[in-house]
Design a protein around this ligand. Structure first.
Ligand SMILES: Nc1nc2c(ncn2[C@@H]2O[C@H](COP(=O)(O)OP(=O)(O)OP(=O)(O)O)[C@@H](O)[C@H]2O)c(=O)[nH]1
Ligand SMILES: [Mg+2]
Length: 335
């Protein structure tokens, strides 16, 4: 499966913004390819420039349409844009996101735009390291802004916020969207709130509700960020300049007082932890020819050991795999 990869060559091409190389590198991420370690090492010096913007919101609220409109707006200003459409519910690329790709086709021939769908379900921990790795690739490839859209499922809203420098929460008029978002804790992660579909009835009421809710939750110190509520019609591009302005303002606010560095340090810590945990799981799986965990589980099921003792045993074997201590021989299960 893992055919040899010319990492230095690919990385050099990606740094020049060559789409084929960027695509190949992100595929390596999706495949959890063994060459990733070398890829990430080679990319590291070129990362840290891109502004990462996450877009989230309920299904159908207009995330993809807004992403596409944002690309158009950012391109007017000559900025290089990456788009990562992340589907945490699917192990396949494309699929659910195919429709989005079609919509994105107006940007397909623009070499200042790189668009990619990515499936992350194949990985333990879902988004946990695949998306940050793909962000590194796009960052090193010279994207000024990377837009990350997730399919609106469950916790992914909050996950995407943990990855982004700036999180855009999209809402639409009606359906008590604002209230639902507040309940789900989505409003808290929003640095910019966009009321999309403002061409529909009820947009004013939704904006008012949101401002009210944000006011209620307010315990802000001077200098704290106040999430602006911006009205937009993604299908026509109306309001999109105001969205970009809000993103830039948030970016400028982040640049003060080391906020951006702190956010990124938190993100890097999560990424390191995710890699370490994945490695740890792999090592646990490999213990005693891949049988130790199963053997211990059988002991626990049979009532000959408790799960804590079994876990201690697993950890002891990790620290000293050749130690050869056996749970049963040690008599930990005495009963
Ligand atoms: N009237 C109106 N329709 C919109 C607007 N923005 C998006 N739509 C429509 O709403 C539908 C859903 O838009 P998408 O952009 O696919 O929404 P999404 O949030 O990406 O949806 P999922 O990826 O399925 O969660 C499409 O039919 C869009 O054309 C808008 O501002 N006004
Ligand atoms: Mg979509």
């Amino acid at each position: 499966m893992s055919r040899p990869v010319d990492v230095p060559g690919l990385v050099a091409q990606a740094r020049d913004g060559r789409p084929g190389a960027v695509a190949r590198l992100i595929s390596l991420v999706e495949d959890a390819h063994p060459a990733l370690r070398e890829v990430m090492a080679a990319l590291a010096p070129d990362t840290g420039r891109a502004a990462v913007v996450g877009l989230t919101g309920a299904p159908g609220v207009g995330k993809s349409t807004t992403t596409s409109a944002l690309v158009g707006e950012l391109r007017k200003a000559g900025r290089r844009v990456g788009v990562l459409a992340v589907d945490p519910s699917s192990p396949f690329s494309g699929g659910a996101l195919l429709g989005d790709r079609v919509r994105m086709q107006e940007h397909a021939l623009d070499d200042g735009v790189y668009i990619r769908s990515m499936a992350t379900r194949g990985h333990l921990g879902g988004l946990s390291w695949a998306t940050p790795h793909a962000l590194r690739v796009l960052d090193a490839a010279g994207c000024d802004v990377v837009l990350v859209e997730t399919v609106g499922v469950g916790q992914s809203e909050v996950d995407v916020a943990a990855l982004a420098d700036t999180t855009v929460v999209l809402l639409a008029p009606g359906m008590g969207d604002g209230i639902q978002a507040a309940k789900a804790g989505i409003l808290e992660v929003g640095d910019v709130l966009v009321v999309n579909k403002a061409d529909r009835d009820g947009a004013d009421a939704t904006v008012r509700d949101l401002r009210h809710m944000l006011g209620l939750g307010e315990r802000r110190a001077p200098g704290d960020w106040r999430p602006p509520v911006v009205r937009a019609v993604a299908t026509t591009g109306e309001g999109l300049p105001a969205v970009v302005e809000a993103l830039d303002k948030h970016r400028a606010w982040l640049a003060e007082d080391g906020r951006l560095e702190r956010r990124r340090a938190r993100r890097a810590a999560g990424e390191i932890e995710a890699i370490a945990l994945t490695a740890l799981r792999g090592r646990i799986g490999d213990l005693r020819g891949g049988r130790l965990l199963g053997d211990l589980a059988a002991e626990v099921v049979a009532g000959r050991a408790d799960p804590y003792t079994a876990a201690d045993h697993l950890l002891a074997n990790l620290a000293n795999p050749s130690g050869g201590a056996h749970l049963v021989e040690r008599g930990d299960h005495a009963r």
